[in-house]
Design a protein around this ligand. Structure first.
Ligand code: FAD
Ligand code: NAD
Length: 464
């Protein structure tokens, strides 16, 4: 029997839409199923893109409002916030971006099957009452919000990231449960727009999976910005009370409980892989204990012709990881050799300063038992940061003591998210710290701080 398509991708997030486009570029007949009204998945609709639009706009407001321009002789008079307009501009960006994927689908002749997919067996799915067959299925159904045990959102006062991107007024007091990426990014948006923000984090440090030393520095800077950060603290109860909520918190190891009043509570303790309604069992697949679809190095599952990528499989839940896997899986399906180096996936927290990282943290290197060297360089000694009067943060390079190969780079600073690409490329090429130190960097630029941190690995930075 002829299949309707060579490849049907389920889910049009950064993993799925990229896989569909690459498969079509490789000459395959491709469809992509998406149940949302627009393409682009979590990232474009309710994730990366709307959050970055609000982070940018709120940073401009904070700079204008809180006097950081005054030292340059720029007085603006009274600065006012029109939140509706800020939200409208964000929505415009999202619409342009999701519309852009629709354009790319038309350009590459990818058929968008609108509706939710459900497996009937390993070769067919049902979408909107129709049966669709394919030689290959790629599961790219992404992730959904995870809730702390015993707690849930009501969408009004106790909210998730999706509602936190849509607030119609600046809350007086926002309590963020979970001091990870979402909590700190969206907490920053509302802090800059005027909210008091308290972060309650279960672990002893915010961003607990990132390099501890740099995370500690990060927390200090956020506290200077007015964040109230309570680490090693657990939330045991959240109760609605009129227009707000009362949280009961206590030390993570147990101890005396106290209450915190909030008018908005953002739950941001992580996301879970999403296969809701997909009926993977009908295709002969089972999930791992964390609800992920198990795959091999080529993203194939245990069922021939079924593949999986992105947030629904193992690894960090990041858009660029999903995209790279999307390209690789399409190449594997087409009989080529796809490639994703999971050891070199950068991650960025888009706060101000940004916190970016690639490779291993010092804690991870230590745990591996490998002998290592560390080079650090503060932006305080970087001439461009100094000229811009914006010297928060540092660069930290960790290298293998025996081979000098770079094992990890951690950057806290205004340009960290952009700078980390250079570190990732160096690591992808197997660079030593000396390779970075002897690469000529333009002056005056922030990336010179990476060069100097690399020089510091051998104890020879110039400007400190
Ligand atoms: P998703 O983007 O989740 O897409 C899956 C799609 O599948 C969805 O559109 C869903 O509707 C659809 N779907 C699910 N089931 C079915 C079905 N049965 N039938 C049809 N369609 C289905 N990552 C970054 O790298 N950088 C960031 O700055 C960043 N910011 C973020 C901010 C927020 C607030 C959030 C929530 C996430 C952020 N992320 C960020 C994470 C990023 O959004 C995800 O890692 C990324 O979207 C994962 O891509 P994906 O293609 O695997 O899945
Ligand atoms: P996260 O894993 O980044 O952070 C969750 C935090 O909540 C952790 O610090 C964890 O220790 C803490 N926590 C867990 N249970 C808790 C509890 N009961 N009480 C208090 N704290 C608790 O998750 P997130 O911030 O929700 O983000 C979800 C995913 O989305 C992440 O995997 C992230 O990669 C992705 N994302 C990425 C970006 C980005 O790349 N800039 C931005 C937003 C989201």
């Amino acid at each position: 029997m002829m299949a309707d398509f060579d490849v049907v991708v389920i889910g049009a997030g950064p993993g799925g839409y990229v896989a569909a486009i690459r498969a079509a570029q490789l000459g395959l007949k491709v469809a992509c199923v998406e149940k949302r009204a627009t393409l682009g998945g979590t990232c474009l609709n309710v994730g990366c893109m709307p959050s970055k639009a609000l982070l940018h706009a709120s940073e401009l407001y904070a700079e204008a409002r809180h006097g950081s321009l005054e030292k340059f002789g720029i007085s603006l008079g009274e600065v006012k916030l029109d939140l509706d307009r800020m939200q409208a501009e964000k929505s415009k960006a999202v619409k342009e971006l999701t519309g852009g994927i629709e354009f790319l689908f038309r350009k590459n002749k990818v058929t968008w099957l609108k509706g939710a997919a459900r497996f009937l067996d390993a070769r067919s799915i049902e979408v909107g009452g129709e049966t669709v067959t394919a030689k290959n299925f790629v599961i790219a159904t992404g992730s959904e919000v995870a809730f702390p045990p015993g707690l849930s959102a009501d969408g009004e006062v106790i909210i998730t990231s999706t509602e936190a991107l849509e607030l119609k007024a600046v809350p007086e007091h926002m309590v963020v449960v979970g001091g990870g990426v979402i909590g700190l990014e969206l907490g920053s948006v509302w802090r800059r727009l005027g909210a008091k923000v308290t972060v309650v984090e279960y672990m002893p440090s915010i961003t607990p999976t990132m390099d501890r030393e740099v995370s500690t520095e990060f927390a200090k800077i956020l506290m200077k910005q007015g964040f109230d950060i309570r680490t090693a603290t657990k939330v045991t109860k959240i109760e609605r009370n009129g227009a707000g909520a009362t949280l009961t918190v206590e030390p993570a190891d147990g101890g005396e409980a106290e209450t915190i009043e909030a008018d908005v509570v953002l739950l941001s303790v992580g996301r879970r892989p999403n296969t809701d309604g997909l009926d993977v069992a009908a295709a002969g697949l089972s999930l791992d204990p964390k609800g992920r679809v198990p795959v091999g190095h080529d993203f194939s599952t245990s069922v021939p012709g079924i593949w999986a990528i992105g947030d629904v499989i193992e690894g960090p839940m990041l858009a660029h990881k999903a995209e790279d896997e999307g390209i690789a899986v399409a190449e594997f399906i087409a009989g080529l050799s796809g490639q994703v180096n999971h050891a070199v996936i950068p991650s960025v927290v888009y706060t101000m300063p940004e916190f970016a990282s690639v490779g291993l943290t010092e804690e991870e290197v230590k745990a591996s038992g490998k002998a290592y060297k560390v080079g650090k360089f503060p932006f305080m000694a970087n001439s461009r940061a100094k000229a811009n009067r914006d010297t928060d943060g540092l660069v930290k390079v960790i290298a293998d003591e025996a081979t000098d190969r770079v094992l990890g780079v951690h950057i806290l600073g205004r340009m960290a998210g952009t700078m980390i690409a250079q570190a990732a490329q160096a690591m992808e090429f197997g660079a030593s710290s000396e390779d970075i130190a002897y690469t000529c960097h333009a002056h005056p630029t922030h990336p010179e701080a990476l060069k100097e941190a690399a020089m510091a690995v051998t104890g020879k930075p110039i400007h400190i």
